[in-house]
Design a binder for this molecule. Structure first.
Ligand code: ATP
Length: 222
């Protein structure tokens, strides 16, 4: 059996500590790092190891054996310089996968240029999700795949119940594809045209933002 991945999270703000606790709850080994002793005290009982260190100090990161971790998440927000320096050091030390939280688009661009494997924008992404949910309460989730494409989860509207996908003809009417139908935690992946929708079903749609938006608006009026 492959050994479980080991994660190190740098920066125990709201985002970093949430990532650290979630991974820990899922049973992974997590090293939490923060320059603040107080933040370390707050997280110490919830992760495998918690260490107070300045991540812009290369020797300190080396001493922690940071390059042996499979994934390192840099969750330093406000001190952009520290976030960039930390990412550079991790890259130099040969960490296999570096995920970094960006404060804004420019910060994100710099992080990608210096070799961050994944750049995340939690505030921006959550703002987008909340906005979509405000337009239509039927929209449960919204994930941007690129500037032009997204995945959207939406509750079936009452007029759809009892109809099959062929009758609804979502692809022709709205230009988006039904990837899956969820119900009570069960997933029907790549549903058939004859599959009928039930009350409580959730459609997982993929498509161009423009098409998805048309469908979201149609939903909000239904
Ligand atoms: P949140 O996730 O709460 O929105 P934030 O984006 O506002 O956080 P900060 O509060 O600026 O981010 O930083 C997150 C954490 O990173 C803080 O607890 C801070 O002590 C820690 N931190 C900042 N610089 C360093 C560093 N050089 N080394 C280690 N930890 C650091």
């Amino acid at each position: 059996m492959p050994t479980k991945k080991q994660y190190a999270i740098i920066g125990m703000g709201r985002f970093g500590s949430s990532v650290a606790q979630s991974l820990s709850k899922m049973g992974f080994e997590v090293l939490a790092i923060d320059s603040s002793e107080q933040k370390i005290q707050e997280i110490v009982n919830m992760v495998t190891h918690a260490v107070s260190a300045d991540s812009t100090d290369e020797e300190a990161l080396k001493a922690l054996g940071i390059r042996n971790f499979d994934v390192v998440v840099v969750a330093i927000g406000q001190d952009i310089q520290a976030s960039i320096l930390t990412t550079l050091i991790l890259k130099d030390l040969g960490v296999p996968k570096i995920v970094v939280k960006a404060q804004n688009e420019l910060h994100g661009k710099v992080l990608s240029k210096i070799g961050a494997d994944k750049v995340v924008f939690p505030e921006r992404d959550m703002g987008t999700r909340v906005a979509h949910n405000l337009i239509s309460p039927n929209i449960l989730d919204h994930i941007e795949l690129s500037d032009d494409h997204s995945i959207v989860e939406m509750r079936v509207a009452s007029f759809m119940i009892g109809k099959n996908l062929k009758e609804l003809d979502i692809r022709a009417r709205y230009g988006c594809n039904v990837m899956a139908i969820k119900n009570n935690g069960k997933m029907n992946i790549s549903p058939y045209a004859e599959d009928r929708l039930k009350d409580g079903d959730i459609l997982v749609l993929v498509g161009e933002n423009e098409h998805l938006q048309k469908m979201e608006l149609a939903y909000s009026e239904s």
